[in-house]
Design a binder for this molecule. Structure first.
Ligand code: ATP
Length: 236
């Protein structure tokens, strides 16, 4: 018997989102299957954050069809999708341990032991206050929280942007530590070189649309170049 391909976890058709006169997403189509780490790439302002926010159920005023494991964005899809925004969303005066309690209260699928393990893996302590942490340390706390949900879809917006090059690999290792093959990880980034080894597929955007997508190995073979080189060529 031939093996059936896994049904798409993310299904998007004709997605359009405007902010006043600005069209951030323009009739965008996208299908993404589970078991992949996918890079969401593109130049500033091409719509990556807007797309992640629609998928996360944060932005509702769009047109088109969006499904997360068959659900339109809403309470059921939010229960399946863990979103890491590109801005700090935790109370400044809180200790890391309190943030774990917040997540435990808020998300039934939050696995506090995994979060504790990641906090330790990142060299942080639960007693540390966020306001006493560097930008990179806060990002690590937020990543530990977002990646410790038992979610099907992980949506990470620029997770390593505030982190020095030496610490980036530790963060990426931490992100992959809890990743399971039934889920899907969509990461927006400009740091293609740092993420290249981690990515199974990429979605390259331009002006609110998907310009190019595919498996990284296929793209590398087709172009005879690294993903970083392809990215530079495409966006030159
Ligand atoms: N709240 C907003 N109000 C008005 N325009 C917005 C808003 N958020 C985004 N935009 C516009 O929508 C477009 C897409 O922005 P978006 O933040 O999704 O891009 P991006 O690809 O994530 O960019 P970057 O790589 O710089 O983070 C841009 O033209 C931006 O100016």
């Amino acid at each position: 018997m031939t093996e059936q391909p896994a049904p798409d976890l993310i299904h998007v058709r004709g997605l359009t989102k405007t902010y006043g006169d600005v069209t951030a997403l323009h009739a965008l189509d996208l299908d993404l299957a589970p078991g992949q780490v996918i890079g969401l790439l593109g130049e500033n302002g091409c719509g990556k954050t807007t797309l992640l926010k629609v998928l996360a159920g944060v932005l509702a005023d769009y047109t088109g069809e969006v499904r997360i494991a068959g659900h339109a964005p809403g309470p059921q899809s939010k229960a399946l999708a863990s979103f890491l925004p590109d801005v700090s969303f935790l109370p400044d005066g809180a200790r890391a341990g309190y943030c774990l309690d917040l997540y435990s209260d808020f998300f039934p699928d939050f696995q506090v032991d995994k979060a504790r393990d990641l906090i330790g893996f990142f060299g942080l302590e639960e007693s540390m206050r966020l306001k006493a942490m560097s930008k990179g340390m806060r990002e690590k706390v937020q990543i530990a929280l977002a990646m410790s949900r038992d979610a099907r879809v992980f949506l990470l917006d620029e997770p390593i942007s505030g982190v020095d090059p030496a610490a980036r690999q530790t963060i990426l290792d931490g992100i992959l530590r809890n990743f399971s093959e039934e889920s899907l990880l969509l990461i927006s980034t400009h740091l293609v070189h740092d993420l290249e080894a981690l990515l199974d597929s990429v979605v390259m955007m331009r002006q609110g649309q998907v310009m190019l997508s595919g498996e990284v190995d296929d793209l590398r073979a087709e172009h005879g170049a690294s993903l970083d080189q392809i990215f530079r060529k495409v966006y030159r």
